[in-house]
Design a protein around this ligand. Structure first.
Ligand SMILES: [Zn+2]
Length: 436
């Protein structure tokens, strides 16, 4: 851990946060107690014991923790408008009878407000960036840019060769976003093996290769999906994606619950990442993803919340806890998966999967971080900082979220948009959608 005192020349742009604990999220599990993180121009300049002469703005947290901001590796942000709608059903009827009919009526304005509502929830939870697959993608981009969050977005691609225009639009948007050089990027997002026909899969694979674009896809999420694909083509979802050319070093697979040893080897060989979504998997009765085996095979594993309709809350703390608990339960060994492992997935794992330069508090990394107060009954005492952060802290404790050096949640207040207005409009739009 390099410890460099920031120079005076870095001046007014320098900001820092000092707290009783800094959990760096590095491989060694380094914790500074007390500690300080200093950044300038969006890049971390110093991590270590509190500096003697702070320059610029210094946030003093007192009893609390500074940690790498979470990256939500899979979701459908605007589905916040469908939160709690048609709960407690099976995946296929839930999608076909309840969710898809309502989604077909969503306007771009609905999607923009729903995405902002998701952004508000994520900012309060210490999230610095998110993955998105939805439609009215330009509305998602507008909301993401307003929020200050990082995002990788793409229209959920379904159907056959008739969707060629949608692929061209997704490529054009990704190129436009790359040229703009902001915090939002684009990718190609084929929905799933059961909604993407072979001609469309081929078009997407070709476009991704030609333009070096990442791919985001749901794979091996439910037993129904695996059985149907096997009956139809004799392939596992991973084998199907691989044979279609959709499994690349830039592919981000959501779920990956039902995987054979051969599937795990294929994922590792292609360099694809997997995003674990434990709440969504549990709520839809979809089993437990083999994340220990995936990590042992060298696959990058991150964490995601999935959409609020199948998760109800966009809460990385809940996903971390469930990740550790499910692996302990599945293996019968409480030592099989640790708090540190869960934090790694929610921060470094997801950041690497999405191509973000944060994920760890270290000099030279992007200044994407969050800070939570540890002055409340459920987080006192905090003898083991990693355990307290993962098993006891929640969104209600998060006071600051910093993206690229910009303080977007400042002492619990969102600085980039009017949260109250978004709550009111989200409520009204959701009511109109689900009651008509
Ligand atoms: Zn999903």
């Amino acid at each position: 851990m390099e410890a460099r005192q920031p120079s005076a020349a870095e001046g007014a742009q320098v900001q820092s946060v000092v707290a009783s604990h800094v959990v760096t999220g590095d491989r060694e599990g380094t914790v500074w107690a007390p500690g300080e993180v200093v950044w300038a121009d969006g890049i971390i300049q110093y991590v270590g014991p509190p500096v003697r002469r702070p320059a610029g703005r210094r946030i003093e947290l007192g009893e609390g923790v500074v940690f790498p901001g979470f990256v939500n590796g899979h979701g459908h942000a605007a589905m916040t408008l469908l939160r709690g709608f048609a709960d407690d059903s099976r995946l296929m009827p839930w999608l076909t009878e309840h969710i898809w009919p309502i989604e077909s009526r969503l306007t771009p304005e609905d999607v923009e407000v729903g995405t902002l509502l998701a952004a508000a929830e994520m900012l309060h939870a210490g999230v610095v960036g998110f993955a998105d697959m939805y439609w009215h993608t330009r509305a998602v981009v507008a909301a993401a840019e307003t929020s200050g969050l990082r995002a990788v977005v793409g229209r959920g691609l379904t159907g056959g060769a008739g969707s060629a225009e949608a692929v061209r639009e997704a490529v054009a948007l990704a190129q436009e976003l790359a040229a703009r050089g902001g915090r939002v990027a684009g990718w190609l997002a084929p929905h799933a093996p059961y909604t993407v026909e072979p001609p469309l899969a081929a078009l997407i694979a070709e476009a991704a290769a030609a333009h070096e674009l990442p791919i985001h896809i749901h794979l091996a999420e439910s037993e129904d999906e695996v059985r149907q694909l096997h009956d139809r083509l004799g392939l596992s979802p991973i084998a199907w994606a691989d044979e279609a050319g959709l499994l690349t070093a830039r592919t981000v697979v959501a779920h990956g619950v039902y995987l054979t040893d051969e599937d795990i080897t294929r994922l590792a060989e292609r360099g694809a990442a997997v995003i674990h979504c434990p709440t969504s998997n549990l709520k839809l009765g979809n089993g437990v993803a083999p994340i220990i085996a995936l990590e042992q095979a060298g696959v990058t594993v991150g964490l995601g919340t999935d959409g609020a309709a199948s998760t109800n809350r966009l809460d990385p703390f809940q996903e971390m806890r469930l990740t550790a608990w499910l692996q302990k339960s599945a293996t019968g060994d409480p030592a099989a998966f640790s708090a540190r492992g869960a934090l790694r997935l929610a921060t470094e794992g997801s950041a690497r999967a999405l191509g973000f330069g944060g994920g760890v508090l270290a000099v030279g990394r992007w200044a994407d971080l969050a800070a939570a107060s540890w002055w409340a009954p459920h987080v006192v005492p905090h003898a083991d900082p990693l355990s307290t952060l993962v098993y006891a802290t929640g969104p209600q404790d998060v006071r600051y979220t910093v993206v690229g050096g910009q303080v977007v949640l400042d002492d619990g207040v969102i600085t980039t948009f009017d949260e109250g207005a978004v709550l009111r409009e989200g409520m009204d739009r959701a009511r109109a959608l689900t009651q008509s």
